[in-house]
Design a protein around this ligand. Structure first.
Ligand code: TYD
Length: 198
């Protein structure tokens, strides 16, 4: 089963994923991430740091996804493992639909068609949602170019639109709750779904 965790920067998603590894240790999950599960992640980091061309950056994120699928996700799913990924294809649909604006007519449509022939669609996606101001406050320390409030606002709107379009896949998580409450809720939901598949 493939579970993904999504949300804007500062939504507490990475803390949640780290907590899940412990809370679900008995299920022995493969905990992974995008970008950066393979060597391609280094190229992505460099592209983010240079911030030169959104199309180049996007294609590196897609390359990172392809390598992640080949080297981590598909092999683990073939073994029947529970895979939990901190970010996945919805990050591209949400973020690059914003960063590619103005470079081509329909960035989201293009992104979806690029992924469609080779990606694996998640079984379950948790979307961590919070007011953008709260996320920006949490991010004060360290800023990447995705992390401006206007960008995050547009990205979160995209995510919420996807969740509305695919209610059977998405579960909304109130990221303003205490981190223990968020972890308990998500861990219980994953157990419930894993249980109903067995
Ligand atoms: P990440 O390392 O997950 O940062 P964080 O742990 O702070 O969420 O991702 C780095 C940045 O890259 C983050 O701002 C989100 C962005 N990103 C995209 O724009 N598109 C993508 O497809 C992915 C996976 C990440």
């Amino acid at each position: 089963m493939l579970v993904t965790v999504e949300g804007i920067d500062g939504s507490g998603k990475s803390t949640l994923v780290a907590g899940l590894a412990g809370a679900l240790a008995d299920l022995d999950p493969v905990v992974t991430r995008e970008p950066g599960a393979t060597w391609v992640g280094k190229a992505v980091r460099r592209a983010i740091a240079e911030n030169r061309d959104p199309v180049t950056e996007c294609l590196l994120f897609v390359a990172d996804h392809a390598a992640h699928l080949t080297h981590v996700v598909r092999p683990a799913l073939a073994e029947g493992e529970l895979v939990i990924s901190d970010r996945y294809s919805d990050s591209r649909y949400a973020y690059q639909a914003v960063t590619l604006e103005g470079t081509m007519p329909d960035p989201e449509g293009w992104l979806r068609s690029v992924h469609a022939p080779f990606t694996v669609v998640p079984d379950l996606t948790f979307l961590c949602v919070l007011p953008v101001e709260a996320a920006v406050t949490r991010l004060k320390e360290h800023k990447e170019h995705f992390e401006e409030a206007t960008v995050l606002d547009a990205v979160q709107k995209n995510y919420l639109r996807f969740a509305e379009a695919e209610p059977e896949r998405f579960v909304l998580v109130d990221a303003m709750l205490e981190k223990e409450a968020v972890l308990d809720f998500v861990a219980a939901e994953i157990r419930r779904r894993v249980g109903s598949r067995r």
